[in-house]
Write a protein that binds this ligand. Structure first.
Ligand code: PMP
Length: 404
């Protein structure tokens, strides 16, 4: 297997776009990644040649589409080292986390504790707040160190006999910190708590093996993984998934419905009420198969080298502060520039064709903890190049003249 960012770029038509008279420099893949031709093709081929609803038809197209949909589930299961029946298709990581929180919350009572960390995305905070409001559960947040690493000892001390769930992000979308999830899961298991992992960012950058992770539930979205929007995955350990009550009610998630009685289908269909995102699931299946055919360690090294180059260049810019400097981190560079609002800088960078994210990154508690209201974020994907990092640094340098 080989990896060459230039030849990969040829698979992404959008990357040859221009923004005004500048080539596009897309450094916003942590928000959503671009899609390779093979994913677009899989989705359009389906709609052109084989499309029908899944699971309920007796005709050829329905059977073909069902097979493709279930094949996509199998591809994703293989991709994360899981069994097919443990892979639930959701609308995205957000829906997956809401599903788990609602399901686990059904068995909770006042005073039960949910342990999160200070670096969670809102998608892994708000569903637990619902349980705080509705059930009186207590939310606790394990602190981070100044460099953005998780304070594992503090987390361990915060696990109590009332802890029902430990839910944490695998790789922070702001700090880039990669958390020692296997250690956390072992601590949680020893205390009889369930571990939930938000793998939205991590699944993109390194092979994810749910067995090695030791967690009970893992959630991620398709659109950051070079797949389409509208599709995500909830992986659940078989016995944990089976113990969860249904999430939404409707077609396909039942075993039998009567006027006065109902029984539910087994997972994963129990959690896939109604017509699922068929086209998108098949698109995501194509994306993970495509990724499996690439040299992922080489990609991770490439992305990390881009991060290192960008971080080194940034430290030469006056007034720049990088958020998240721990060594165990992925290719996400969040930073602030003294005297400049992140939104203004992002808009100026856009004039140079450079697309970055600016704001609170759906992590307001973390931003408060860091003492900032917003930050800029450049994130690196397999199709980014060293020349793009230089273009980014050069554009940043030019924007500085507006603020000094
Ligand atoms: N968790 C993390 C760490 C994320 O980066 C995101 C996306 N910004 C989410 C959860 C939510 O993902 P989605 O919006 O695709 O449901």
């Amino acid at each position: 297997m080989t990896f060459d960012p230039q030849s990969i770029r040829a698979e992404f038509a959008i990357l040859s776009r221009r923004i005004g008279d500048r080539p596009l420099v897309y450094l916003d893949s942590a928000a959503s990644a671009q899609k390779p031709e093979i994913v677009i093709q899989a989705m359009t081929d389906l709609m052109r040649h084989s499309y029908a609803n899944v699971h309920r038809g007796l005709h050829t197209l329905a059977n073909e589409t069902t097979e493709l949909y279930e094949n996509a589930r199998e591809s994703i299961a293989r991709f994360i080292g899981a069994a097919s029946a443990e892979v639930v298709f959701t609308r995205g990581a957000t829906e997956a986390l809401n599903l788990v929180a609602a399901g686990l919350g059904a068995g909770m009572s006042e005073g039960d504790e949910i342990l999160l960390t200070e670096m969670e995305h809102h998608a892994n905070i708000v569903p637990w707040h619902f349980l705080r409001e509705r059930k009186g559960v207590v939310l606790r947040f394990a602190p981070i160190h100044e460099d953005g690493a998780l304070d594992l000892e503090a987390l361990e001390r915060m696990i109590s006999p009332r802890t029902r769930v430990v839910s944490l992000v695998h790789m922070s979308n702001v700090l880039g910190t990669v958390n020692p999830v296997a250690k956390v899961a072992a601590l949680a298991r020893a205390a009889g708590a369930v571990t939930v992992v938000d793998a939205c960012q991590s699944v993109v950058h390194a092979p994810l093996d749910v067995a090695a992770l030791g967690a009970d539930f893992v959630a991620f979205s398709g659109h950051k993984l070079y797949g389409p929007t509208g599709i995500g995955v909830l992986w659940g350990r078989s016995e944990r998934l089976s113990a969860l009550p249904p999430w939404q009610g409707g077609g396909e998630m039942i075993d039998r419905v009567d006027f006065d009685h109902i029984t539910y289908a087994d997972p994963p269909l129990r959690f896939e009420a109604g017509t699922p995102a068929i086209i998108e699931a098949i698109g995501l299946g194509a994306a993970v198969k495509w990724l499996e055919g690439l040299d992922r360690p080489a990609i991770a090294a490439h992305e990390h080298a881009l991060y290192e180059a960008a971080a080194a260049g940034l430290s030469g810019i006056n007034g720049a502060r990088i958020l998240g400097t721990t060594r165990d981190k992925g290719a996400i560079l969040s930073f602030t520039l003294e005297g400049a609002h992140a939104h203004d800088v992002a808009q100026l960078l856009d004039r140079y064709g450079v697309a970055v994210r600016a704001g609170a990154h759906c992590a307001e508690p973390l931003m408060r903890r860091l003492g900032v209201s917003s930050s800029l974020r450049a994130s690196f994907a397999l199709y980014n190049t060293r020349q793009e990092v230089d273009a980014f640094l050069d554009a940043l340098d030019r924007t500085r003249t507006f603020f000094t």
